[in-house]
Design a protein around this ligand. Structure first.
Ligand SMILES: C=CC1=C(C)c2cc3[nH]c(cc4nc(cc5[nH]c(cc1n2)c(C)c5CCC(=O)O)C(CCC(=O)O)=C4C)c(C)c3C=C
Ligand SMILES: [Fe+2]
Ligand SMILES: [Fe+2]
Length: 350
């Protein structure tokens, strides 16, 4: 690669140094508050819940409700939930710790495969480290190409699309814009399904008694988004089917549910919190396991909502044994899947 600053025929003495020749891979997740106290929680929730890909109401209707009512209460209640799962040793949320671990392992794998021409980092859609700051760092370090990799197996407007939007906004600010690619959702990639199935088989192998049913719980979204054409629901349904086929199970061995309902509208159903209670009280399923394939890393929605709230709902309805199967996190087979997908998407660039 020619360094523009060293080309005598046209470069003046004060020509800026230009770093070149690298390819960046920017992993992206949703984001998380910097702390569980009121103001960091409020800043995070404000950014998140003001995103029209997440809540599509007209701002003149939604913003007064958000600013005056929701953001006066929810930072306290959600802050309490975050506090209960906080990684106090590191001073960060589990989502942050796990994303760092994933990135470190992924970077090692990519370096082993492609050497130092590839630069790996992660960013968040909301909060820190911001997408803009990481794109800036990559461009400054000489990345002429960036592969942007949102860590959502299933596509949703509220997750994958808004992450990409933020990436494109960051590119708008660059004088020398790198070539860029984004990743297709990988929900039906056999290697991802295999990693999920491995995690189920390992968890089941450690239990004294096989659970009566596996609850496959996905983050929910308003039903209206499905009607407007968001493919998330169908991609979730397909993951459950592929997982069942890979495990060699029957239809009755697992059930698809949706969690984390927010606000008064109908969301995708059945709701996990109600379904686990119904399974215990009406279907006699006293021993269940829960897995959450929409999350690539454990977070508030799994560690607190599933493993505390949803577990409590099951036990109050007469359930006896509740097993939460962790997300794929930094499991070797998961990082290998991500590295394989990234390598395929780098074709022609390295
Ligand atoms: C209000 C609308 C929301 C939609 C739609 C939504 C979709 C959605 N979210 C994830 C993944 C995550 N969500 C997380 C937290 C979280 N989600 C919402 C709201 C919606 N999510 C809120 C308000 C919060 C904050 C916590 C709270 O106050 O309850 C997280 C965890 C972040 C963490 O720090 O641990 C993730 C991850 C997906 C996959 C999804 C898909 C439709
Ligand atoms: Fe969410
Ligand atoms: Fe569907």
């Amino acid at each position: 690669m020619t360094d523009l600053a060293t080309r005598p025929e046209h470069a003046p003495a004060d020509h800026p140094k230009v770093a070149r020749g690298k390819t960046g891979i920017l992993l992206a997740n949703l984001g998380t508050p910097d702390h569980y106290s009121y103001w960091p929680m409020r800043r995070y929730l404000n950014e998140f819940l003001s995103d029209r890909r997440v809540i599509d109401y007209a701002p003149w209707k939604w913003q007064p409700l958000l600013q005056l009512i929701i953001l006066t209460k929810r930072p306290f209640t959600s802050g309490e939930a975050y506090k209960s799962i906080w990684n106090h040793d590191k001073g960060e949320s589990p989502l942050m710790t796990i994303t760092k671990d994933q990135t470190a392992k992924f970077a090692d794998l990519m370096a082993a495969r492609h050497g130092d021409q590839v630069m790996v980092d992660f960013c968040m859609r909301y909060g820190n480290p911001s997408t803009e700051s990481k794109v800036r760092e990559m461009v400054k370090a000489g990345c002429e190409r960036i592969l942007f990799f949102p860590l959502y197996p299933q596509y949703a407007g509220a997750t994958s699309a808004t992450a990409n939007d933020q990436f494109f906004r960051a590119l708008m600010k660059e004088t020398w814009q790198p070539a860029s690619r984004t990743i297709e959702p990988y929900y039906d990639d056999p290697r991802y399904i295999d990693a999920l199935a491995n995690s189920v088989e390992e968890a089941y192998g450690q239990l004294e008694k096989r659970p009566d049913i596996l609850v496959v719980s996905y983050h929910g979204m308003p039903l209206r988004y499905l009607m407007q054409g968001d493919p998330y629901h169908c991609q979730c349904a397909k993951v459950t089917r592929l997982l069942k086929e890979r495990l060699g199970w029957k239809d009755t061995d697992l059930v698809t549910t949706f969690q984390s309902k927010f606000g008064p509208e109908d969301w995708l159903q059945p709701y996990t919190v109600e379904e686990v209670a119904r399974l215990a009280s009406e279907d006699g399923k006293k021993n269940i396991a829960v897995i959450a394939p929409a999350f690539s890393a454990d977070c508030i929605e799994t560690l607190e909502e599933i493993n505390e709230e949803i577990k409590e709902s099951f036990e109050e309805a007469g359930g006896e044994h509740f097993t939460y199967i962790p997300c794929l996190n930094d499991r070797d087979d998961h990082i290998q899947v991500l590295a394989d997908i990234a390598t395929e998407n780098l074709q022609g660039w390295l």
